[in-house]
Design a protein around this ligand. Structure first.
Ligand SMILES: Nc1ncnc2c1ncn2[C@@H]1O[C@H](COP(=O)(O)OP(=O)(O)O)[C@@H](O)[C@H]1O
Ligand SMILES: [Mg+2]
Length: 199
């Protein structure tokens, strides 16, 4: 399965989502089953891997294709035109993270329009990320997007400091020994199971 994690803008949790979906696939299908391809020129997933230890290889787009069954592509924000069409063409599923703020949602709707213009050849699902626990912005965002007919994952990723600790240490969040790290992993597990059901 080839999953592309992409979005309208940066800083919405693409890299964190790509890392944790790849980690979920490894847990599910075993070592050697999954590779993460970092197509973002910023190389944030590659850096994550270099800082610590991940249970799957992170490679550059120019790398020779391996024999992994599952490929997760971490992309930069603002894919459009031919790049977006190519991503849609190649992928079995596009995962589109967004934070729940109104401005992020406006940009997301423009991206969704781009996707719809290309046609429905690829499935995509929007993933709510960094959802604050102290207000209802997540619930509100979900309602607004559902009203627009935007397909959403049921699972969502709440805002947790432990994700930053994971990035800093170069590990998946389940290797972070901090309060609430476990719930962060459970958020991604739920989304991972939904991805598998979409196959
Ligand atoms: N669920 C979350 N809770 C808290 N911080 C998060 C969460 N997801 C991502 N972050 C942080 O937000 C920033 C942007 O995330 P990142 O995955 O790099 O976004 P993108 O790849 O879309 O630019 C990073 O500092 C990351 O550690
Ligand atoms: Mg990124």
């Amino acid at each position: 399965m080839l999953i592309t994690v992409t979005s309208h803008k940066g800083g919405v949790g693409k890299t964190v989502s790509a890392i944790h979906l790849a980690a979920f696939f490894v847990r599910e299908f075993g070592e050697g089953s999954t590779v993460l391809v970092d197509t973002d020129p910023n190389g944030s997933a590659l850096e994550w891997a270099q800082r610590g230890k991940l249970p799957f290889p992170v490679v550059e787009p120019q790398a020779e294709p391996g024999d992994e069954e599952h490929v997760v592509l971490d992309s930069q924000g603002r894919l459009h035109g031919e790049d977006l069409e190519a991503a849609v063409e190649e992928s079995d599923l596009l995962v589109v993270p967004t934070t729940p703020e109104a401005l992020a949602l406006n940009a997301l709707m423009l991206f969704v329009e781009d996707l719809e213009r290309i046609g429905r050849r690829t499935d995509y699902r929007v993933l709510l990320t960094m959802v604050p626990w102290w207000n209802l912005s997540g619930t509100r965002a979900r309602k607004a997007l559902e009203a627009e007919g935007v397909p959403l994952f049921e699972g969502e990723i709440r805002r947790r400091e432990a994700f930053q600790a994971a990035a800093l240490r170069g590990v998946p969040i389940y290797d972070v020994n901090e309060r609430r790290a476990r719930q962060g992993w459970e958020d991604y597990e739920k989304v991972g199971r939904e991805v598998l059901r979409l196959r």
